[in-house]
Write a protein that binds this ligand. Structure first.
Ligand code: FE2
Ligand code: FE2
Length: 136
């Protein structure tokens, strides 16, 4: 599945939106790798990207949650941690077994699901909370 960025995906914080757009571009690159059979060349940079991205992006969201005293912070962070674990276990699989079609499929599915289930739901809820609190 490819992700086409639309304004309704915006959480209302430009820095976070830009990071989400960056993730959407990567998801599309993974999709291309899966469908065009150039997975082996694409997959290593994707893991490098994801590892760096996860640290940077999750740190920025965490800082916002603290700053705005977001009541669902702990739950949100638990979900971030589960994603970190999943990405790391896929990376270990990649290092042990190489770029198999199953790995590519799994990676593609996990990050696309992440975008739909987390970015468009949980991060949106955070964005809404921040904009409501900022307006007070
Ligand atoms: Fe996010
Ligand atoms: Fe998040």
């Amino acid at each position: 599945m490819t992700i086409k960025w639309t304004t309704d995906m915006s959480v209302g914080v430009e820095k976070i939106d830009e990071q989400h757009r960056e993730l959407a571009r990567r998801i599309n690159a993974i999709y291309k790798a899966v469908t065009q059979d150039n997975g082996p060349e694409e997959v290593a940079p994707v893991f490098y990207f994801l590892e760096e991205y996860i640290v940077r992006h999750f740190t920025d969201e965490q800082a916002l949650m603290s700053q705005y005293e977001y009541p669902e912070k702990d739950e949100h962070l638990t979900i971030h941690n589960a994603f970190i674990r999943d990405v790391l276990s896929l990376k270990i699989k990649y290092e042990e077994e190489g770029c198999t079609p199953e790995l590519l499929e799994e990676l593609q599915e996990r990050v696309s699901d992440w975008f739909v289930d987390h970015v468009m739901v949980r991060d949106k809820a955070l964005g809404l909370f921040i904009s409501e609190k900022s307006a007070q």
